[in-house]
Design a protein around this ligand. Structure first.
Ligand SMILES: Nc1ncnc2c1ncn2[C@@H]1O[C@H](COP(=O)(O)OP(=O)(O)OP(=O)(O)O)[C@@H](O)[C@H]1O
Length: 825
């Protein structure tokens, strides 16, 4: 072409085109969806720009998308997708279609290249394949485009971008046809021999209905041709004489009718081709329709095309309302099927809310804090009746309706999740159960975050959280309370971050509860302990850490008299051992007591009410950057431990005997026997620490002790030295490293991190869901602010009882409170 410039695709584009063409052959229908989606974006961009720059509208009257297929005289078949959107300048054609500007594209490509074709589902969903998918069906693609008129570009010129499927280059040149578009973009695909089905209007209609009926609010027209038999118009016969009277006319008419039928000659017809633009998406937008008339499939398709998600949503709510400020709105809220990996990696996530005003898309950028972090994954389409159309984001944020929108959405989201949970709990529909199970799998941790960060709603969010126990895979707090034993006045839990429920269930702290049939929440997820500590009480029952002192089964007062006597006897019998332990553990624990929680283990270390459990110690060590005052507090809290011994353990019984055998102080002491006992005691205490999840303070000491005990049991001399002579390293080598000496052996390469689903270059989190927000337990101020405003009334809203305000105490406050309590003591 005249004035054509040849360009080479940026290498990433070439790679993407290759992946698309090679791996998506069996999914090639997607090309139409992608082009319609681009056309919609271009018209939306035009409409938004026109609010501040009306000049861009010149060039074409309407805003629409047209599809047309035709056969050229040379036999080639073409499909043309055209829009009256914002268009592109020649520079934009080069930049937009010749390069990939998206961040993370290279990584995506590397992964996609490794994926076989079975992974194409993910491929389609993971990335807007966009314009390049046109090469799935076309050997050659021409994009003619003319940029919208602006003061800076008052005389735009129509240009063409042309490329073949197997070319690594493309051309951009002025359109030899001149300005044929008026405004917008026209994509002409020269269809491949095996893609001629896309000229079939039935097929195209089907595709649009299936994938794109909700992709745009602008009309999509399809050019159709059909043949029709039409009568050939005969010359109008001469007029009959007008009858004199009505009566006569009636009589005449009857006769004439009959005569006409008899006399009628077969009409002459001819075949004509009727050309017509058929409106394919003529239904009103889904959110404007009566929910009763919308099918589940329509809701799902609408979600998939609006939010570009290949997966179906897990649930939705379609609702309308009238905000207190007088703004009527209609909205659909969707629960997606996954949580983006980025959710736990950032403090705040932008919400996905598509705001419309009177059916017209305004923005999906309502700012980072449009929703509280915990709920930022919800997808919403909201159409307000009377908001100004041409407002900036700042102005939008200042409108009362949008400030209320946050609490409207959060409230409705909680309601939707609650309904899903309730339906699943009825256990009469497997689909309901599966849907809730999936929601819980994906969002359980986000809900815990919600119960912690959203002080206003925590009483409603907490029942949605599911936690594993020693008796079932998971339970809600309400189910736990229902399952409590007679007299039980505490909700038992054991927390140890990073441990599985199976491992936790075997903990010494759960031994007795398990044996007696009490249910214990097993908390191994990072947010678990913060979640329960923040709630403090559920349905009047306080949470009781079973690794702490203060554990009460609730039926102690029913202990038979003889059992109490037995306890007293035990205390007396074991006094020498308790005293011995107290002497031996000086400084390490606050007290030594006879345990009522151990069944088989000989002993355990339990945190005092004001002390730290092993889990808290671990978390605080990880976080510890505190002031000196804090460190003093930590040291103090760390020491608040109690050693519990199990009188029924043969080991403890044996130890008691040995201690009792020691000569009394005024007799001659048996130093050797004392030392041996001392060693056994310290191994027991170390064992108790480990068994209880704490760290042994000095592990080399611990192993030295183990060593001595092992030697003793094997009859090896305890003092015999180990031969520790080693060969020293050769002298320093001054020559530079030779190549062959350091040949790279790639058979020992570590595992490819990408194969493990890890992103290279980013910090690797210990557990996939380890949040960065562990201790940021604070109220979301905006939610509080929104609460101060009158919350708009939403239709179908169940009127809930006002939830009593629960005192919010953050971790630090709690610490201070504990210190205070202790000082008073
Ligand atoms: N019909 C069109 N009108 C105007 N610009 C277009 C049109 N089609 C594509 N473009 C421009 O080309 C760019 C690249 O399009 P492409 O379809 O490859 O990716 P995308 O649309 O940005 O991403 P995605 O498909 O993931 O949404 C678009 O961002 C847009 O700027």
């Amino acid at each position: 072409q005249d004035g054509a410039h040849k360009h080479t695709y940026q290498s990433d584009v070439a790679r993407l085109r290759k992946i698309v063409i090679n791996s998506l052959y069996s999914h090639r229908d997607v090309f139409l969806r992608e082009l319609i989606s681009n056309a919609n974006d271009a018209i939306e961009k035009l409409r938004l720009t026109s609010l501040t720059e009306p000049m861009v509208l010149s060039g074409a009257e309407s805003m629409n998308i047209t599809l047309r297929a035709f056969k050229e005289e040379d036999g080639t078949t073409k499909l043309v997708v055209r829009d009256t959107g914002i268009g592109m300048t020649p520079d934009e054609l080069r930049a937009n279609l010749g390069t990939l500007a998206k961040s993370g594209t290279s990584e995506f490509l590397a992964r996609a290249e490794k994926t076989d074709t079975t992974g194409t589902g993910n491929l389609i969903g993971a990335f807007g394949l966009g314009f390049y998918s046109s090469f799935l069906v076309a050997d050659k693609v021409y994009v003619a485009s003319i940029a919208a008129k602006t003061p800076a570009n008052p005389e735009p010129v129509q240009y063409v971008f042309a490329s073949s499927a197997d070319d690594s280059t493309f051309e951009v040149y002025p359109d030899p046809r001149g300005n044929t578009l008026g405004r917008g973009t026209e994509i002409t695909m020269v269809l491949k021999e095996d893609a001629l089905e896309y000229t079939d209007t039935v097929k195209v209609t089907e595709l649009v209905n299936k994938h794109s009926s909700f992709a745009t609010q602008f009309p999509i027209y399809l050019f159709t041709e059909r043949t029709e038999e039409v009568p050939i118009e005969e010359e109008t016969p001469a007029e009959k004489p007008v009858k004199e009277s009505d009566e006569e006319a009636e009589d005449e008419a009857v006769v004439e009718d009959v005569t006409d039928e008899v006399e009628e000659k077969p009409k002459q017809t001819q075949t004509v081709t009727v050309e017509e633009w058929v409106h394919l998406n003529s239904q009103p937008p889904i959110w404007m329709r009566d929910p009763k008339t919308v099918t589940d499939e329509e809701y799902e398709l609408f979600y998939q095309s609006t939010f570009k998600d290949y997966e179906k949503p897990l649930g939705w709510a379609h609702f309308s309302g009238d905000s207190g400020s007088g703004t009527a709105f209609k909205a659909i809220l969707y629960i997606p099927s996954k949580l983006d990996d980025s959710f736990w990696q950032s403090q705040q996530t932008a919400a996905d809310i598509r705001l419309m005003v009177k059916r017209v898309f305004i923005t999906s950028d309502l700012g980072e804090d449009a929703l509280p972090k915990w709920a930022s994954w919800v997808k919403v389409v909201v159409d307000a009746e009377d908001l100004p159309l041409n407002v900036s984001r700042e102005l939008l944020q200042n409108t009362r309706f949008l400030r209320q929108l946050k609490s409207i959405i959060v409230k409705r989201l909680i309601q939707t999740l609650t309904k899903m949970a309730e339906r699943a709990a009825q256990k009469d529909d497997e689909e309901d159960e599966l849907a809730w199970w999936r929601v819980s799998q994906v969002f359980n941790n986000a809900l815990k975050l919600g119960a912690v960060e959203d002080g206003k709603n925590k009483e409603k969010i907490a029942p949605l959280v599911r936690l594993p126990t020693n008796q079932r895979k998971d339970t809600s707090l309400d189910e736990y309370v229902e399952n409590r034993k007679k007299g039980q006045k505490q909700i038992f839990y054991l927390a140890d971050m990073g441990k599985s429920p199976e491992v936790l269930a075997k903990s010494v702290f759960v031994e007795k509860l398990n044996a007696r049939g009490y249910e214990v929440l097993l908390l191994g997820q990072p947010l678990d302990e913060i979640f329960v500590q923040n709630l403090r009480i559920w349905k009047k029952l306080p949470f009781q850490d079973v690794a702490k002192s203060g554990l009460k089964f609730g039926d102690e007062d029913q202990d038979p008299e003889d059992e109490k006597e037995q306890q007293q006897e035990l205390a007396e019998t074991y006094k020498p051992l308790l005293d011995w332990f107290k002497k031996e553990t000086q400084g390490a624990v606050r007290n030594v007591v006879i345990s009522n929680r151990l069944v088989t283990s000989p002993c355990a270390i339990v945190a005092d009410t004001y002390g730290y459990t092993a889990n808290m110690e671990k978390m605080l060590n990880a976080q510890n950057q505190g002031s000196d005052a804090k460190t003093v507090m930590h040291d103090y809290a760390k020491k608040m431990k109690v050693l519990e011994i199990n009188p029924r353990s043969p080991l403890i019984e044996g130890l008691l005997k040995r201690v009792a055998q020691l000569p009394a102080e005024d007799e001659e002491r048996d130093i050797e026997a004392e030392d041996e006992l001392r060693e056994v005691t310290s191994v027991l205490i170390d064992g108790a620490l480990v068994r209880s999840g704490f760290e042994v303070p000095d592990s080399s000491e611990f192993f030295a002790r183990m060593d001595r005990i092992l030697r003793r049991s094997l009859g090896v001399s305890e003092t015999a030295p180990t031969d520790d002579t080693v060969r020293p390293a050769p002298p320093v080598d001054p020559s530079p490293p030779a190549d062959d000496e350091f040949a790279f052996d790639d058979t020992h390469l570590p595992l490819d991190p990408e194969l493990l689903g890890l992103k290279v270059g980013e910090p690797v989190l210990e557990t996939q869901e380890a949040p960065q927000v562990l201790f940021e337990v604070e109220e979301v101020e905006d939610v509080v602010a929104a609460a101060e405003e009158s919350v708009p009334e939403v239709e179908e809203v169940v009127v809930e009882e006002p939830v009593p305000e629960v005192e919010e105490v953050t971790f630090e406050e709690e610490e201070a409170e504990e210190k205070h309590a202790h000082d008073e003591l």
